[in-house]
Ligand binder design. Structure first.
Ligand code: NAD
Ligand code: UDX
Length: 459
């Protein structure tokens, strides 16, 4: 069997690497139009940082896992084609700011139709609005050689960045949606079930109709993000009342009906999925005439935006209502630990707020490149005369970032930040030295004993 995947991003790359790793008899080819990305997948410096990914890629690459820009051959040879391209929020026209932009998906469908000379299974791996499969099938049928059959399946990906390899090797479940009402549809579903059954218990592979599968992905992300916004809303109440949000989260999370996960109060959730997928859900609800349902879910985003801006306002107000010219150390820039991804990271929004207030940002992140930080902050590295940007100092070392700073903000929960020598950091900072722990990962009592003024979320 031959599998191809269009899109070698955070999902396509690791997901296909895992299939190839677990199924040595299947040839897996990942095709992307971005040549630099493909070159990186073929090098020792993979384009995605994920714990354990290097080992999986090295075991399978060249054996039954291939990365290529030649999508035509990849499509022609494949029995199953995964589509794992981006589905960002639309920035133009109808639905701008909410609906998913499906142009990359449609281009893939047109390519598949044009280059296929036999029937194939097409799998939606990207996160898509419910009923996209219908449009996909129409495009495939209208543009292909008559007589070919394209079975469209929905197989959304539930991996989280930073734990992708763990999530892919031991998934809570694999979801496969297809046309359950036809013989060909059921056969296609079974073909994909058999691929995953190479390493996933059969009772963890859920099969549904197409629309349930497509919608479940958006709903899963909406429920997860909703828990974070809920606990973040409570964090503000804790700050006013003397309750401690981590104690509240523990107390409610031990109720087995609530459960302990996704109750960590923070500076706000980031990542490429939660906001985009909830906005897409909101758009769909509006489109299908359900404004009250739309408003309910939109509040999850409103609360998250408020949490991020509340954090930057707290920094400014605590530093005597001015950060003009003051150095603020930002530890962490990725949207969570163990990833180099910065899409929708809270650090970007807090950073932009502080730059508007004319602060000097000294940023350290173990995995994010300076180029990415400048891009996200909408700043250039040099001014018109070629001198370095004076507002942003990217530091390889957290101590260098903190030296001469008035405040230190924890933006990402990297484990390495917990064990820093905070006495040394304190000694190098202006006094009073403020710590803003946006992730509640530090030992606040210890910091206070050293002499820091500590602001934590929800305490
Ligand atoms: P990404 O931007 O990292 O990767 C998408 C890739 O598709 C890019 O490398 C791009 O060059 C390539 N591409 C675009 N058009 C193409 C074409 N016509 N042919 C071949 N390649 C093409 O995106 P991602 O984070 O991997 O997300 C992909 C999808 O998976 C999205 O729908 C996303 O919502 C969903 N998803 C993402 C995550 C996550 O954690 N990142 C998790 C679950 C689901
Ligand atoms: C999410 C979903 O978890 C995953 O199933 C889906 O496939 C893609 O979207 P991801 O965005 O990679 O995964 O990471 P996740 O662990 O969900 O974290 C998202 C954001 O929420 C991060 O910024 C994280 O720091 C934040 N978060 C998470 C909290 O603030 N508190 C929590 O309790 C959990």
């Amino acid at each position: 069997m031959k599998i191809c995947c269009l899109g070698a991003g955070y999902v396509g790359g690791p997901t296909m690497a895992m299939i190839a790793y677990k199924c040595p008899d299947i040839t897996v080819t990942v095709a992307d139009i971005n040549e630099a990305r493909i070159n990186a997948w073929n090098s020792d410096e993979l384009p995605v940082f994920e714990p354990g990914l290097d080992e999986v890629v090295h075991a399978a690459r060249g054996r039954n896992l291939f990365f290529t820009t030649d999508k035509v051959t990849a499509i022609k040879e494949a029995d199953i084609i995964f589509v794992s391209v981006g589905t960002p929020t639309k920035t133009y026209g109808a639905g701008a700011g909410k609906a998913a932009d499906l142009k990359y998906i449609e281009l893939c469908a047109r390519d598949i139709a044009q280059y296929s000379d036999r029937s194939k299974i097409v799998v939606e791996k990207s996160t898509l609005p419910v009923r996209t499969a219908q449009g996909l099938k129409t495009v495939l049928e209208a543009n292909s050689t008559p007589g070919l059959d394209f079975q469209v399946l929905s197989n959304p990906e539930f991996l989280a960045e930073g734990t992708a390899i763990e999530d892919l090797s031991k998934p809570d479940r694999v979801l496969i949606g297809g046309d359950e009402d036809s013989e060909a549809g059921r056969k296609a579903i079974q073909t994909l079930v058999d691929v995953y059954a190479n390493w996933v218990d059969r009772d963890r592979i859920i099969t549904t109709n197409l629309w349930s599968s497509e919608l479940s992905k958006l709903v899963a992300n909406a429920f997860l993000a909703q828990r974070i916004s809920s606990i973040n809303s409570i964090s503000a109440l804790c700050e006013r009342t003397g309750a401690n949000v981590d104690q509240v989260a523990y107390a409610i999370g031990t109720d087995s009906r609530i459960g302990p996960k996704f109750l960590k109060a923070s500076v706000g959730f980031g990542g490429s999925c939660f906001q985009k997928d909830i906005l897409n859900l909101v758009y769909l609800c509006e489109y299908f005439g359900l404004p009250d349902v739309a408003a309910y879910w939109e509040q999850v985003i409103v609360m998250n935006d408020w949490q991020k801006s509340r954090f930057s306002q707290k920094i400014v107000s605590t530093l005597f209502n001015t950060v003009n010219g003051k150095r603020i150390a930002m530890l962490g820039f990725a949207f969570k630990k163990d990833t180099n991804d910065t899409r929708e990271t809270a650090a970007m929004y807090v950073g932009r707020d502080l730059l508007d207030e004319q602060a000097v940002l000294a940023i350290h992140d173990p995995k994010v490149s300076p180029e990415q930080m400048f891009k996200d902050l909408k700043e250039s590295r040099t001014d018109a005369d070629g001198n370095p940007n004076k507002q942003i100092d990217v530091c390889e070392d957290p101590y260098a970032a903190a030296k001469g700073a008035h405040g230190l903000a924890i933006m990402t929960e990297w484990d390495s930040f917990k064990d820093l020598d905070f006495q040394k950091i304190y000694d190098g900072m202006y006094k009073p030295a403020f710590v803003f722990d946006g992730r509640n990962i530090l030992d606040h009592e210890k910091l206070r004993k050293i002499g820091f003024e500590v602001f934590a979320i929800g305490r």
